[in-house]
Design a protein around this ligand. Structure first.
Ligand code: PLP
Length: 285
């Protein structure tokens, strides 16, 4: 079965799913995106992802191409047409097609909309979580507005590649003061020796992950303590547990950071419990 993509109002086989060479996403990275998890064919946390999309567009002054309701329908259509049970749906909106010029195009320029969906291997993801991953650290060399989920991901691409070339799964961005910011496409958490969960506060310098937001609710409901604050790499090295969160992988334990083993080198109890509990707190649409 050929994969189907939604491109500017049409559902097309992948081979025909194309955007214009002067699309501002292609030329300038002038656009935003969202990724939702799909489970049993249903979108997880759809409302929250679309709210964040609206915010990202607003910050960049790109207009909403259609209502959030209509976007939700398109995403669910793409999931259904591709018969995705477990996987992800990807939505990208750019400032549209216009003659190449840095300044904004004329106001009537229509934003471009692309939606794709892809199956993920559930058994492989579960095995990864059972095993835990190792990460490397890299300097945070990104711009000052990574709270906006833009498609301009070059530092994230280079960080992930560095991780793979060093035999790790992912990279953590560390700022000039030694603070752990976030991973290349996930938020970072640690569990202290007293069992407190810590994740960096969300401001303009990290993405406020939807998984992070839902997990904070889950942690409180489970009677655990959570602190949203800066923590250093030194603190992470000494943590009992570490893990990362994102919509595509939910909770993934981190067992090694650079050449330092975290805790006993095995996925932490808290991380695995939260991974199992997550969908009790998420919204399934
Ligand atoms: N931080 C970055 C840089 C990301 O790219 C992502 C997800 O892609 C996240 C955090 C996690 O966000 P979410 O939980 O909404 O997937």
């Amino acid at each position: 079965m050929s994969r189907i993509a939604y491109v500017n109002g049409r559902y097309l086989p992948f081979a025909d799913a194309k955007v214009h060479v002067e699309d501002r996403g292609y030329q300038f990275g002038d656009g935003v995106y969202e990724v939702c998890e799909v489970r049993a064919g249903r979108l997880i946390d759809e409302r929250r992802h679309l709210e964040r999309l609206k915010r990202s567009l607003g910050e960049l002054r790109i207009r909403m191409p259609m209502s959030t309701r209509a976007l939700g329908i398109v995403m669910r259509d793409v999931v259904a047409r591709n018969r995705i049970g477990y996987g992800i749906v990807y939505l990208q909106i750019t400032r549209g097609v216009a003659r190449r010029d840095h300044a904004f195009p004329p106001p009537q320029t229509r934003p471009s909309v692309v939606v794709t969906a892809r199956a993920l291997n559930k058994a492989r993801n579960e095995a990864l979580a059972e095993q835990g991953i190792s990460v490397v650290t890299v300097p945070d060399n990104r711009w000052g507005r990574v709270d906006i989920k833009t498609i301009g991901l070059l530092p994230n691409v280079l960080a992930r590649q560095t991780a793979l070339e060093r035999g790790s799964r992912d990279a953590w961005f560390i700022d000039a003061r030694g603070i752990v910011m976030e991973a290349s496409s996930a938020n970072v958490w640690i569990v202290t020796s007293t069992g407190t969960l810590i994740t960096r506060h969300a401001d303009n310098a990290i993405l406020r992950g939807i998984t992070r937001t839902v997990l904070i609710d889950a942690i409180k409901a489970e009677g655990l303590t959570v602190e949203e604050r800066a923590f250093t790499l030194e603190e992470a090295y000494g943590a009992r547990e570490a893990f990362i969160t994102s919509a595509s992988q939910i909770v993934v334990p981190v067992v090694r950071v650079d050449d330092r083993i975290i805790g006993d080198g095995k996925p932490g109890r808290v991380a695995l419990a939260l991974r199992r509990a997550y969908h009790r707190y998420a919204e399934a649409g």
